[in-house]
Design a protein around this ligand. Sequence first.
Ligand code: N01
Length: 542
Amino acid sequence: MSEATQVDVVVVGAGFAGMYLIHRMRQAGRTVQCFEGGTDVGGTWYWNRYPGCRCDVESMEYSYDFDPDLQQEWVWTEKYATQPEILRYAQHVADRFDLRRSIRFSTRVVSAHFDEGSGRWTVTADDGSVTSAQFFVMASGCLSSANMPDIEGRDSFQGVLAHTGRYPHEGIDFAGKRVGIVGTGSSGIQSIPVIAQSAAHLTVFQRTAQFTIPACNGPLDPELQAAVKADYETFRAKNRRMFGAFGSHYPKPAGDAADVDDATFTATMERLWEMGGTMFLSAFRDLMRTPASNERAAAFVRTKIAEIVHDPATAAKLTPDGLIGCKRLVIDTGYYETYNRPNVTLVDIGPQGTPITRITPTGVQVGNEHHELDVLIFATGFDAMTGSLLRVDIQGRDGQRLADTWEAGPVTYLGLGVHGFPNFFTITGPGSPSVLANMIIATEQHVDWITDCISYLQANGHDTIEADPASVESWVAHVNAVADRTIFPSCNSWYLGANIPGKPRVFMPLPGFPGYVDTCDDVAANGYRGFRLDRLGVSAGV
Ligand code: N01
C-alpha cells in the first residue's frame, strides 16, 4: 500500500461549507485536503438540478459574508436565486480563492479511522488513496443523501427515472411526454409548475398535502441591491440576530396571535402572504409555539387553496391537515394554480387515497388504475442530517463506530463534536441550527469556530479535542427542551427522521440561531468548556 499523504485537515464535501473551510485553513497556514464526490464544487447546488430549483432564502442573504469584496462584486439577478445562478456563484468563489487545487473531485471518502497513539485520522477514499490528518471534518451536507423509496418494481421502469436530488446533468426533455412525479415537498412543489408547462401530461402522486406560500419571486431591484451593498455589514449583522439568520427586512412580529381579533389576524397574514416567503410564519410571535395560533394561520392558507384551485375535489386533496410549518414551510411559484391546468392530474396515494401498488415497466399502478408514463421523477427527499455522515465508515477511539454510537439517534455537543471521536467535527451537524437557519451563514459560523478552535489547540500545546460525555448528554437534553417549546416535534417530518423507515425519531436541528452562536462563543471563550483537551499521552482535560 502506498504511504499515506500527510495533511493537517481532511474535509469531506466541496459545498459551501467545505469550500470556506479550505479557505480558512489555508489562511491559517494549515494543509487541507478536500474530497468531493461530484465533478465540481457546489454541493446541494451541484446535485439538485431539477426544473424550478431555487433557494428559499433571498439572494442578498444566501451568500458568503466573509469577504467584503466578494459580496460587493457579485450581482444577483432575482429575489430568490435559481440553482444555476447559485452554482455559478459557488464556481466563482472557487476560482476567486483558487480552491480547486485542494479538492479531489469524483472521489468519495469511504472510511475514516482515528488512531489514539498518533492522535490522527486515517482517511481512505474510493480511489484507493490514504490520507493521514490531525483533524477530520465532515462537510457533507444535511440534505445530500437522496431517499429513493423501495417501491416494488421500481427498477423495472423502462422510461426515464430520476431523483430530484441526483438529477441528470443533461436535463430531461419533457416535451410531449407523459410525466409522473412522486413527492410534494419543496422539491416537488418547485418542479411541478415548471414540468407542467412542457409535459404532455403530468401526474402528481401525493402522499401528504403540504402547506406552501407564494415566493413572490421576481427580478432583483438594482436599487434595492445597491442599498443593501451600501451597508452590507449592518444588514448581515441584523440578519445574524434573526431566528434563522435571515429576514431582518420583514415586518417585526405583530405580538401574539392569541391577543388579536380575527380581522386584525387576517389583515396581518394577508400582508405577509402578499410579501411572500417563509417569513410568513413570523407574522406573530406565537405561531410556531402555540397550536391554537398556528391553527389560525393554517386555516388562512386552507382558505387560499380553496380560492385558487377551481376543482373542489382537487382543492380538498391539496389541503393539508395539521399545523403549518411543522414540516418545513414550502414557498412556490404558481403551485396551486398548476392544478387548474388541463394537463395535470393529482393522485392521492396517502391514507385517504390508495397507495402505489407497484411500478411497472410502463408506469405506476395505483389500485385498479394504471398511469402510463414516459418519465418518472422521485421528489422523495433525503435521509436528512445523518444520512451522509453514516454512509462513511467513521470509527473513533477503540474502533468505536459512529453508526453504533448514534444507533438510537445522533448525539453531539453543539452539533460540532461527538464523544469518542477526538478531532472530528461535523459542520451543521445534528444539534446545531443547520437546516433551520440560512445555511451559508450557519456553515461560516461553524467553520470560523473550528478554525479558531484548532488555532487555540495549537497555541496551548494541545493535540486533541473531544466532547465530554456529560456535555453531550446535557446538549441533547437542551436541544429536545428547546424543540419541545415549539410545534416542531408534533408531526412526521424529516427534521425528526420520520421520513426514513426505521430511522430513530429524534428532533435533529436546534431552533434559534442567535442563542446558539452566543453559546458557541461562550464555550470558546471559556477554554472550550465541555470539551476535553489533551496532549498526546498526557491528559490536560478542562
Ligand atoms: O423532500 P421532502 P424535498 N412514497 O422530504 C414524499 C430542502 N429544499 O426534497 O410527506 C410516496 O420535504 C413525501 O411524502 P410524506 C428543504 O429544507 C429546499 O422536497 O412523507 N411519497 C413528501 O411529499 C426541504 O424541506 C428547497 O408523506 C413519498 C416528499 O416525498 C428539504 O430540502 C428546495 C415517499 C418528500 O418531501 C427536502 O425537500 C428543495 C414514498 N415512499 C429542497 N417517500 C428550497 O430552498 C417520501 N415521499 C426551496
